[in-house]
Design a protein around this ligand. Structure first.
Ligand SMILES: Cc1cc2nc3c(=O)[nH]c(=O)nc-3n(C[C@H](O)[C@H](O)[C@H](O)COP(=O)(O)O)c2cc1C
Length: 166
């Protein structure tokens, strides 16, 4: 697919077929994620592929936004590896994870798969479930699967409401 077709076709898919994506498709999506740029190329992000049905059921107790997906990618970052801006110590790890998630969502679109970026969750519960210690921040979940129905992205503001020339 052309790049501009991919970015226009991506939308938040919230209904999936009851079928797991193939290993080949998953690997392509993961490769797209790890090619994403990170601050200073520190690559603090980690992607946990959640496929185990018991774990998926437990994850649904930490967020209502799993949409019954058979595969959920959990993108976290290690705060001891992420770049912290010298002046104010701001941690850019979540920024890195966001780009990684975006790359994966767009790659999934290109493969005809659906995704939804999910940040509404009980982070403490997710960390407990995945045995993550305090170094880690859970940045997003990405349910991924075959869309049940065709979908479209939501309406956007106009360019002049967002872009300002000075
Ligand atoms: C940072 C972020 C967090 C989001 N968290 C959730 C979420 O917790 N649950 C959900 O259903 N959608 C979530 N979304 C999806 C947005 O609601 C969606 O992208 C937005 O409404 C625009 O729709 P579209 O993706 O179809 O264009 C999130 C998206 C982003 C970028």
């Amino acid at each position: 697919m052309e790049y501009f077709d991919v970015i226009n076709k991506r939308y938040s898919c919230r209904e999936f077929l009851d079928k797991k994506i193939s290993r080949d498709e998953l690997n392509k999506v993961l490769e797209a994620g790890i090619i994403a740029p990170t601050a200073v190329n520190y690559q603090p992000e980690r992607i946990i592929v959640i496929e185990d049905s018991e774990l998926l059921t437990k994850l649904a107790l930490a967020t209502k936004y799993t949409f019954g997906a058979k595969t959920i990618l959990c993108v976290i970052h290690d705060t001891t590896e992420s770049w912290h801006r010298y002046r104010d110590n701001r941690d850019f790890g979540t920024f890195d994870s966001a780009i990684c998630v975006t790359h994966m969502a767009l790659a999934a679109t290109d493969l005809g798969l659906g995704t939804c970026i999910v940040c509404s969750m009980d982070e403490a519960k997710v960390k407990e479930l995945l045995n993550l210690d305090d170094r880690f921040i859970v940045d997003a979940l990405l349910p991924i699967g075959y869309p049940k129905n065709p979908g479209k992205h939501a309406k956007r503001k106009n360019l002049d409401e967002i872009v300002d020339y000075r």
